[in-house]
Design a protein around this ligand. Sequence first.
Ligand SMILES: [Zn+2]
Ligand SMILES: [Zn+2]
Length: 260
Amino acid sequence: MDAHLLKCYGVGDGWPCASRHHSSFLYRFGKVSILLDCGEPVSGSFKASGLDYDTIDRIFLSHLHCDHVGGFFMLMQGFWLEQRQKDLVVHLPADGIKPIRQMLDASCIFDELLAFRLRFEPLKAGQPVVTHNVKVTPFPTSHLDSLRQAFQAQYPQSFEAFCFLLESDRTRVGHSADIGSPEDLAPLVEQPLDLLVCEIAHCKPDDLFHFLKGRPIKRILFMHLARRAWLNLEETRAQASKILGSIPFTFAHPGEEIVF
Ligand SMILES: [Zn+2]
Ligand SMILES: [Zn+2]
């Protein structure tokens, strides 16, 4: 079986940070490459990786917080100027499609200038997106529920956020993106995972570790650590180790590449 690769372009949380960059992960399953989230500075990170501009098959945006979409427009400007040729589908919460289209027009990144066809598709809970032998299934999370409750009257929108299950042949990867509580991960950990890429900013680390304890997960990569947990990494590691027991885990660093 081919080795699969994950490039961690950005592993920080939503707070400004000087070194960790913001959420962006490139999954490479053989010939199929999936970019999950476009936190800044994804355009520069992609350029630095030296990959061909036709490499990415699909982009998924988990939700519309700026630490997950802030680099999208520069990435598209790069795809235009570097003459990407291959059609591209961007999968995102439905509420984002119209404003992102408008912002591309306002940025003069017109369809007519692109050497590829750019399409947007709304993410639908539980409906897989298939590219050759790779299946990506979005599941809703409660990440934006409290904002929905507080602001939906003034800002009528769906407040959608998603986590993802990525499957290729017999390999299964869970990607939390941003969650609201550990229970959001339930659909990802129902069956054994080869890798879980999991945030730690939006629930108490202990609660998350207890939820994951004893699950059939070969390896966990923690990312999107809240500033306090990142600055006290050894303390966070000790805490995780005590609760998770035998599940191997590491903390993602920007630019890190992981073979799984
Ligand atoms: Zn985030
Ligand atoms: Zn978020």
